[in-house]
Design a protein around this ligand. Structure first.
Ligand SMILES: Nc1ncnc2c1ncn2[C@@H]1O[C@H](COP(=O)(O)OP(=O)(O)OP(=O)(O)O)[C@@H](O)[C@H]1O
Ligand SMILES: Nc1ncnc2c1ncn2[C@@H]1O[C@H](COP(=O)(O)OP(=O)(O)OP(=O)(O)O)[C@@H](O)[C@H]1O
Lengths: 218, 218
């Protein structure tokens, strides 16, 4: 059983806190805003009003004994940096920090944050890429060269033909690992399986090949 | 060729703008802060100082002719709402908005935003789940019942055995679709393939089966 602390209960920290609690974890929630702490009294295992820059208070909360401390203060960069230094010196096993900007991230890295997240920057990238390829339902890079994509088939030349007829592996060098139709997923489909309009194909292969296939299904 | 506009060049909007430009798109970048607009002069196709609440200015920028307008103003909720109403009335094809809070999101939905994103809330959830399952490198739900997970193998009882010996499909009902080792990905691996320490297996199957497998590899 691990114990978690979340310092800074804004949109990012609050979501971390709620998700951990929903997953059955024990969470100490900390913020210097009394109203916010009061809101989290019924959510977190324990909710405390404290200033993240106050070494004595953080020490008294035994933050050094925690498996993972999240420091989710973005705009108040000074408080984020001070809290990270204090919690690092107290000896918490893992410190995960929000960074507001790239320079904020560089400072956090220097002072020993184990993991640094820039939520708005990451999501902005994700949203932009998703907007450019609306028929790509899901995408993840398995490593630098191989990717998986879930591609909605809207191009008529794919519809009504079997996987064998489409010869996807021969033409694109990628493997169709599943076909989702309505709410059903057919994993490792037969070559005789016929593609219908609206089908979503999960494919794996070299990233450039997956990209070529995506364009072909537009 | 689509045309995009981004109103609000904070961390989220700035990242959307940069990602679209990197992908070869034409982007009109708008903010009411002169310093920020000046920073984007060398990034966006065009960068303009304007108040998102000023209907005349937004009209003069022909925002109604854009395929997609991103309104990425979070903290200034009033400006976000006004800009959305104006751009909706001007007739832009698609409006994608950032919402700071759930109540902000409800208002945006009512006034016609096509898509609403809460970046910090989504990333907070993601980071919390990732922290709880560190050996799950990647995870995506193919639909409500079927998931894909990339799982790092650290449990000794999996190591040094072939896929056939481990009988993963028989035991867990899931399909191993790829093995990543160092920087190499072996798609549709042979049953004779032996698992080594540090291998990452990409598996597909019913969500509960994938979850059971994840726990078994801890
Ligand atoms: N010195 C501090 N001590 C404790 N809590 C603090 C301190 N400074 C800020 N906070 C709290 O941290 C939370 C997030 O802070 P802030 O608004 O600076 O970051 P943010 O990154 O903009 O938040 P969000 O996650 O909503 O985007 C707020 O609830 C705030 O009250
Ligand atoms: N009325 C307005 N007109 C144009 N731009 C605006 C207006 N109000 C705010 N902005 C700009 O929008 C950007 C983001 O605004 P704001 O800080 O309110 O949102 P945020 O969600 O906190 O940003 P971030 O994406 O960094 O988390 C800022 O660069 C700001 O200058």
């Amino acid at each position: 059983k691990q114990n978690f602390a979340v310092i800074g209960l804004g949109q990012f920290g609050g979501s971390i806190c709620r998700t951990l609690v929903e997953s059955g974890q024990e969470v100490l929630a900390i913020d210097n805003d009394e109203q916010i702490v009061s809101d989290f009294m019924n959510i977190a295992t324990r909710a405390v009003v404290a200033d993240a820059e106050d070494e004595e208070t953080l020490k008294s909360l035994s933050l050094g004994n925690f498996d993972c401390v999240f420091i989710s203060i973005g705009e108040h960069i000074q408080a984020s940096i001070m809290a990270t230094i204090i919690v690092k010196e107290l000896g918490a096993k893992s410190i995960i920090c929000k960074a507001e900007t790239t320079s904020h991230a560089r400072v956090l890295e220097k002072i020993g944050a184990n993991k640094i997240i820039q939520p708005e920057k990451d999501m902005g990238r994700r949203v932009a890429l998703q907007t450019l390829s609306p028929n790509i339902v899901n995408y993840l890079a398995l490593n630098n060269q191989v990717s998986l994509a879930e591609v909605k088939i809207i191009n008529k030349k794919f519809i009504g033909k079997s996987l064998a007829e489409l010869a996807i592996r021969e033409k694109f060098g990628i493997t169709v690992i599943a076909i989702s139709r309505n709410d059903n997923v057919d994993v490792s489909p037969m070559p005789s399986e016929v593609i219908l309009a609206g089908d979503t194909l999960a494919v794996v292969g070299a990233t450039e090949q997956v990209t070529k296939f995506n364009k072909a299904t537009d």
